[in-house]
Ligand binder design. Sequence first.
Ligand code: UD1
Length: 423
Amino acid sequence: MAKYIVHQSGPLKGEVVVSGAKNAVLPLMAATLLTEEDCIIRDVPQLRDVVFMKEILASMGSAVKELDENTISVETKDIITTEARYDLVNKMRASILIMGPLLARKGRARIPLPGGCAIGARPIDLHLKGFEALGADIIFNEAESYVEARAGGQGLIGDSIYLDMPSVGATENIMMAAVLAEGTTYIENAAKEPEIIDLANLLNKMGAKIKGAGTDTIKIEGVQRLGGAKHTVIPDRIEAGTFMLAAAITKGNVTINNVVPEHLKPIIAKLRECGVRVAATDDTVTVRGDLGPQNSTDLMTLPHPGFPTDIQSPFMAFLSLVNGTSTVKETVFENRFMHVSQLRKMGANIETAGNKAVIKGVANLRGTQVMATDLRAGAALVLAGLVAEGTTEISEIYHIERGYEKFIEKFAGLGATIEKIED
Ligand code: UD1
């Protein structure tokens, strides 16, 4: 198993370019199943999760071509099976996103229960509730670990669906199911993440009639068919946030290019509260961690536009070194403090009770052997490793490679030394 060896680095300096967003590209790729025509997606990051999604599409009958390093075309003349393979789906929770398109186009979708990061129970009840509201029958076989949705004879029929919580995946899946349904669908209490808007934009280019993406209520008027489209993936706000925190924690000066500052508002606000200078232009942010003291703050994760849960662990790595006592409350996932025990091994002073963590800033962290328990926990440990005395050995780094493109190279460009070794 490969490991990262992270060396203590001085303040990071320079510029870095953010890749296309992992959480946008996965639903975009799933959406290509909705048409038999060619779709071209640009700024596709080279990530393990993207490779998994390509394999899933290919197994459904899609012809997936790499037009250049970051551009793919997907053409699905016919869907050859509506049953997804366990070995592919098990690797990634986002594979559930093929269900909506399969159901819309073929009236049927059967998938094994999905895998992915072990951050809480992560049920799919809201996805299924949405399909059911559109008239599908749901067969949820826990013993054999699969779930199947079947549209009735007339296909899917538009309806109003209220989500008990604004689930990102459920909003995307229901939107993709509803685009080809008969009549109009309203998704109430919909997720408002930028990735939802990106998906709606692609679907509308394909011929869908979606309004209100990015607000609480999304209206989808069903159409008969969708066609091909060309689309560029939005920049990855979580990758951008990770580099912003790298600049802050190393007391560096880094300009992050290819960002939408609007998407980064909660991260910018919290960094500023801590005494970090952040300046934004239309498509860059410059983070100065080298100006003055860094102080504690209190934060709570929330659905967008609140503070993103995916930046909670990298932010906690930063807070473990600031002056004073900070608190972090995780409200989106119930089991997202797995990085805490690893940061503690490095000398951080963090106590947790339920979904709350209290972080007392310490002067130094120490390099040691730690484990990336999930994708963003892994990013947090890389950040901690950049400033810890000595070297930090991070195992289970395949989690990190699921979501960060050219991670080591990008850090090297800012002056950090991270080696990847095969154990
Ligand atoms: C997406 C992101 C993930 C991010 C998360 C929250 C992708 C590929 N992944 O995950 O990086 O951390 O949004 O911003 O885009 N829930 C239910 N029932 C459901 C679905 C979800 O109870 O049917 C709960 C989940 O357990 C969780 C909360 O809703 O507590 C939010 O999950 P959701 O927004 O669905 O996250 P994902 O789409 O899985």
